[in-house]
Design a protein around this ligand. Structure first.
Ligand code: SAM
Length: 280
């Protein structure tokens, strides 16, 4: 049933956008001393070999982190992100790529809580071995959409949710909206970061508008388009991140970064970005 394996895609342009946004959100959360809880509803394995057969088969990372790795002109937020990937590669060469749980674990403070859901048995086993015993971390082999209910509101009433499904079937789009609607009733002040693919599907195109509809106050929507879909309409043209209750700093930070990312990650002349928001 679960055919999706993130190892094929680790470190691609979509991971760059998602993990840069996640880091900006967590850096903002860290400015206040009060602890918070981060729930990653679709955590993946936590880390991926870029030399393994999965990553090599498609080489997607070469068009993502691979394009940033050796540059010496990185904007500060991208340099911060690449530095975290470097710390995951102690030998110096780009061989491993950290998943969202690894970025989170690197940024969270001792008093913060990390809750990770991963349904695929293999990825869950790898994640459990990597972070299962870390302080403040709980790893669950369970459905992250269903499991989110029990995680909200966090005890400190500060929290971030990363929702990064594989959108394998059509069901994930509707579940994202329904799960967020419920989550916002439990914890309206939370910061919710939703990643989605830019593919030729009605559900994908409609998702940002549907998310606007459930956001009680402010939201931000960032999209990075790097390539043309193939002639059949397949392929990942780009991806988007929709943030409910974004840090007020996020819009201007992304405004400074997205044009640079278009230049560096764009694979055709019409590569572009979109950045829109409704302030709280
Ligand atoms: N968030 C990860 C990162 O940035 O490194 C990548 C996650 S990947 C896009 C989606 C993951 O969700 C896959 O590992 C898949 O096995 C898992 N998955 C699929 N359906 C799930 C569900 N209902 N609950 C929890 N995990 C699920």
């Amino acid at each position: 049933m679960l055919a999706y394996r993130h190892a094929f895609h680790a470190g691609n342009h979509a991971d760059v956008l998602k993990h840069v946004v996640l880091m900006l959100v967590l850096r903002y959360m860290n400015q206040k001393d009060k602890p918070y809880r981060l729930v990653d509803t679709h955590a993946g394995a936590g880390g991926y070999s870029l030399e393994g057969r999965y990553a090599q088969k498609k080489g997607e990372f070469e068009q993502g982190i691979g394009r940033l790795w050796s540059r010496d002109d990185l904007p500060p937020a991208i340099a911060d992100y690449v530095e975290r990937v470097r710390s995951f590669n102690p030998e110096g060469a780009l061989e491993q790529y950290p998943g969202s749980p690894a970025f989170a674990h690197m940024l969270l403070r001792e008093k913060d809580q990390l809750r990770l859901f991963e349904l695929h048995p293999t990825d869950h086993r790898i994640l459990e071995a990597y972070l299962g015993h870390a302080k403040g971390v709980e790893v669950k082999n369970a459905d992250g959409f269903d499991g989110l209910k029990g995680m909200l509101p966090p005890p400190s009433r500060r929290g971030v949710v990363l929702m990064d499904p594989s959108y394998e079937g059509h069901g994930d789009y509707a579940r994202v909206v329904a799960t967020l609607r419920d989550a916002l009733q439990r914890f309206a002040e939370g910061v919710y970061v939703v990643w989605y693919p830019q593919v030729q599907k009605v559900e994908a195109a409609q998702l940002p508008k549907r998310l606007e509809g459930v956001a009680p106050k402010g939201w931000l929507h960032a999209r990075l388009t790097v390539q043309q879909p193939d002639s059949q309409g397949f392929g990942l043209a780009g991806s988007g991140v929709f943030v409910i209750n974004p840090p007020y700093t996020l819009h201007d930070e992304l405004l400074a970064l997205l044009p640079w990312l278009v230049d560096v990650l764009g694979q055709y002349d019409q590569a572009s970005y979109l950045l829109e928001q409704r302030p709280a």
